[in-house]
Design a protein around this ligand. Structure first.
Ligand code: ADP
Ligand SMILES: Cc1cn([C@H]2C[C@H](O)[C@@H](COP(=O)(O)O)O2)c(=O)[nH]c1=O
Ligand code: ZN
Length: 189
């Protein structure tokens, strides 16, 4: 389990990235860390991409219906503007943001803000997803989570798409995707 670092001396920010496949618990872990920050009386701002309206327009909602209120935004620059002056910034579904997100996170961390980012590291074709690879390179702390393979029960690293759609961005949940391990991902069905 991730334990919040204790920083001595001057207030310094940092970047945490929570990554993994779909259903691996990224959103739950993000919500857990943000709720703990609120319990510590820290100022928290939470963002998600405007396109992510799967479960709710504004809330970040986990597959287990755990939720926390967020501000939907359309660009990483908005996070830089709206995130000023708080202690902690949380970002969910970061794979959908533009290529400027890593630099925005860097700027926020430089201002002493703890930045917690959750997102898919790979798309349905096992290709790196959006700004996540660059975020991983810049992160101070990385947590890689795993789901359970629906085919065999092993640890799942991949998000298998069940439909014929080949577009990179296709919103969905169990109707469209299932988590699979490496062997089961490479099965024909
Ligand atoms: N195959 C699975 N493996 C693991 N968790 C699953 C699976 N199917 C459903 N879940 C549920 O999904 C929850 C994680 O949801 P969530 O945090 O939204 O994941 P993510 O954001 O990584 O997609 C788990 O706590 C569990 O209840
Ligand atoms: C693999 C993959 C996923 N998506 C979409 C599907 C969901 O709407 C989100 C991921 O949500 P989660 O919180 O990680 O479960 O991303 C996509 O658009 N393209 C893909 O390749
Ligand atoms: Zn498997």
């Amino acid at each position: 389990m991730f334990i919040e670092p204790v920083m001595a001396g001057r207030k310094s920010g940092w970047i945490e990235v929570i990554c993994g496949s779909m259903f691996s618990g990224k959103t739950e872990e993000l919500i857990r860390r943000l709720k703990r920050a609120r319990i510590a009386n820290l100022g928290v701002e939470i963002f998600k991409p405007g396109i992510d309206i799967r479960y709710d327009e504004a809330n970040i909602v986990s597959h287990d219906t755990n939720k926390i209120l967020s501000t939907p935004v359309d660009s990483s620059q908005q996070i830089l503007l709206l995130g000023q002056g708080v202690d902690v910034v949380g970002i969910d579904e970061a794979q959908f943001f533009d290529a400027g997100l890593p630099e925005v996170c860097e700027q926020l961390a430089l201002k002493g803000i703890r930045v917690i980012v959750a997102g898919l590291d790979m798309d349905f074709q096992c290709k790196p997803f959006g700004p996540i690879p660059d975020l991983l390179a810049k992160a101070d702390y990385i947590t890689k989570l795993h789901a359970i393979c629906v085919k065999c029960g092993n640890i799942a690293n991949y998000s298998y798409r069940k439909t014929a759609d080949k577009g990179k961005v296709v919103l969905g949940e169990k109707d469209v995707y299932e988590p699979r391990c490496r062997s089961c991902y490479n099965l024909a069905d």
